[in-house]
Each structure stands twice: as C-alpha cells, then as structure tokens.
Design a protein around this ligand. Structure first.
Ligand code: PLP
Length: 403
C-alpha cells in the first residue's frame, strides 16, 4: 500500500473517533480569544491591588474585562462585580440580599437552577415556589397571587426568575415579570446564565435589581462569573474580605480568568451564529421525529432558545441512551450537569408535570459555537442505533400523549 493511503486511512479513522460534544449548556469550549487572554495573564505576576507597575498592569486587565462584560450585558461598568462563579453571584444576590435588603421572603420559580434553590434555602427567609405550566413557562397567575398575598401582609419580596432554562431552553417571560416587580417595592433577581450572549440582557435599562452571568457558558473559563447590580442594591455582599471589587467581593481577583471572561464576552457573538445553530437544531429535531415519531420535545409550546432540545423517546431510558451515546463518542446530558455525575430525575420536568417514567427518558442535546453538521449526523446515527436496538428488544416504543 502507498504510504499516503495508510496515513489518510489512519487520519480518517481518527477523525471518525473524534468525540462529538453536544453538552454546551453544561459548559461550552474555550474560545481562542479567551484562551489567549487567559494564558497571557497567567504569565504575569503580582497582585492587582498592589500599587507598583506589576499590580497596575493586572488591574488594567481586570478593568478592561469589566468594560467587556458590561458592554455585552448592557450594563454600566460600575454595575459589574466579578465573582468566583455564577453560583457565587447567585448566592451573593440571594443570601447577601436577605441580609442587606428589607426583605420578608424569597420567591423562586420551580424551574430555577440548584444554585438559586439552595441559596434561597440558605437565606434564612421564608421561600415560596411558583410553579411552571406544562409548557415550561413560569405560572404568572401564581406569581400574581403571591404578590397579592404580599400586598395584604405588607411584605417585600425578592423574586428570582431565570431568563432561560438550562434544561429545556424555555425563555421565561422576563418582560411580564419585570412589569409586575419593577413598578413595586419588591426586588427582582434574574439568573441570566443561559441567556448571556444569546439574548439582549440590557441590564442597565431593565427592571432587574441584580443579574448573574457565568464565564464558561460563553466560551470563557469556568470558575468566573459576575453579579450585575444596580446602585440601590450595591450593599448586597457575601464575602467581606480585603475590599476588592470596591468592597463588594473580597478576595484577590483571579486576573487570568477575569481576562478570559472579558475576552469571551467581547468575542462570543462573532463565533456564535444563532441562525446557523438554529438550523442544526432543526435538523436534530426533524431527525429525531423521523427516527421515532413518538419522540416528545419538552417545552415545545413555549418560546425556546434555538441551541437546545430536551426530548424523550418513550421507553428508552436516559441512563441507557447516554451510555450508548457515550460509547459512540457522543456527549449529551440528561438535564443539568449534576455534581454527583449520576443521572437523576429532572426537577424541571417534574415541575412541568411530565410523567416520571417519561422524564426518565429525557435527554438534553445542546449546541454551541463550534457545533457542526457532522456532529448532528453522528448524533443522529448513534441515537438511531439505540432506537433500533431498543425496538429489536422491546418492539415499537409506546406512544405517550403529549404533556
Ligand atoms: N444558572 C444556570 C441557569 C446554569 O445553567 C448554571 C450552570 O449550569 C448556573 C446557574 C451556575 O453557573 P456556574 O457554573 O458558573 O456556577
């Protein structure tokens, strides 16, 4: 055999074995610009609080990143507080908010991320949970009823509603929630982690008092986030420390991850082509329906972000499907990334009233800036084999009525 034939074959085989990453809502790969900024900053020594030249150079990187994040979020630069993750920003807003604001209770939607749920629990204040409709949208009537009770009791609430659900991509009616909270004495916190870079946050003009965003969902490094905060809530704090971030978040700043976050915030829009990604998602949804006409898409009746689909083929359990996909080199998830690494039942699907047996078949495929047609084809081929194997063993999957 000609040597080039062998090397071509080996390369083709290697390419065929390249993993297919379709779990961008868990974490999206680092953008080249973010990597460059991160690595360059790692090589600098010093402490950004120091007055000498090395310290000032680091401080400049942080302030550049603050401008970049502020611009991407429609915030003023002074409204951006860097934190160690969005989870920390969320905890600062809720636990710190319970300490600093005149609050009587916290209201969360049932679809909130664990970071919000746990922070609400930890706040020490009474927590009310507003349910989701079957569509995945927050139940605005229940929220209105909670406001009426607060009115009658003279309570002030911190309302926590996420902008986009990480599991289903459902876009919550933030404008309607804002209209209700903005005109009242209540406070609004928005978890904008999955919306940042994909929807216009326009924080400064919004009714939100605080918002949380994360680096690793927009091609920045993990371990960096920001709390966007309006001046009247500026006293909301979690970590006192040595006065960094104008006293709003103590601890020596992680200049490299901040610089990486800033670069990602500035360049994400150049890499993330929503139209192209929406087209790939449409191919996935059409492909799934062709493979299994009883495939159900959760949140189908609601406005959804065009990069994620959470679906179930009745009878095909997500643990089984994920194992098969993993063996084929395709990474997806069964809802939100769980720290235990186990596949648990999704509280979001439960809140939407999805039958538990069907929820246990739920799989989340989320696309990102570097997703390709080939990723889609390989996912559909691998999932097609799983469906085929299931049919051989169990006969055709049962048809379940749409929830
Ligand atoms: N909120 C939402 C909606 C998320 O999807 C995530 C991450 O999965 C978080 C909060 C937490 O973000 P971080 O990983 O930066 O703590």
């Amino acid at each position: 055999m000609e040597p080039w034939v062998g090397s071509f074959g080996a390369r083709a085989e290697k390419m065929a074995r390249q993993p297919v990453y379709l779990d961008h809502n868990a974490s999206t790969p680092l953008l080249p610009e973010a990597r460059g900024a991160l690595v360059d900053a790692l090589d600098l020594s010093g402490n950004p609080s120091s007055v000498h030249a090395q310290g000032r150079a680091l401080k400049t990187l942080i302030e550049t990143a603050r401008d970049q994040v502020a611009t991407a979020a429609g915030a003023q630069r002074g409204q951006v507080v860097f934190t160690g993750s969005a989870t920390e920003a969320i905890t600062q807003a809720i636990v710190g908010g319970a300490r600093a604001l005149p609050l009587d209770g916290i209201v969360v939607s049932a679809g909130e991320h664990a970071a919000v749920m746990k922070a609400a629990e930890a706040s020490g204040l009474p927590v009310s949970v507003v349910g989701l409709l079957a569509s995945g949208l927050v139940d605005l009537d229940s929220l209105a009823a909670r406001f009426d009770t607060a009115e009658a009791r003279g309570e002030t609430l911190l309302v926590c509603v996420q902008w986009v659900n990480n599991e289903t991509g459902v876009i919550q009616p933030i404008a309607a929630v804002s209209a209700r909270v903005g005109a009242s004495r209540h406070f609004l916190f928005v978890d904008a982690v999955q919306a940042f870079g994909k929807l216009d946050l326009d924080f400064a003009a919004s009714a939100a008092d605080m918002m949380a965003v994360s680096g690793h969902k927009i091609g920045g490094p993990a371990g960096i986030g920001a709390l966007l905060v309006k001046a009247h809530a500026d006293q909301v704090r979690l970590i006192p420390g040595g006065g960094q971030e104008l006293g709003r978040r103590g601890g020596t700043e992680s200049t490299a991850t901040i610089a990486g976050f800033g670069a990602a915030a500035e360049t994400f829009g150049r890499h993330y082509d929503a139209g192209r990604i929406g087209g790939l998602l449409a191919q996935i949804e059409a492909g799934l329906l062709a493979l299994s006409p009883d495939c159900m898409v959760f949140g189908q009746a609601a406005p959804r972000l065009g990069n994620v689909v959470n679906f179930a083929v009745p009878g095909i359990g997500n643990a089984f499907a994920m194992m098969g996909l993993d063996l084929a080199g395709v990474a997806v998830s069964a809802g939100s990334a769980c720290s235990s690494g186990k596949v648990g039942r999704s509280p979001v699907l439960a809140a939407m009233g999805v039958d538990p047996a069907l929820a246990d078949c739920g799989l989340r495929v989320s696309l990102g800036w570097n997703s390709t047609e080939e990723d889609v084809a390989r996912f559909l081929a691998a999932f097609g084999e799983i469906v085929g194997r299931h049919r051989t063993r169990h006969g055709r999957a049962t048809i379940v009525a749409a929830a």
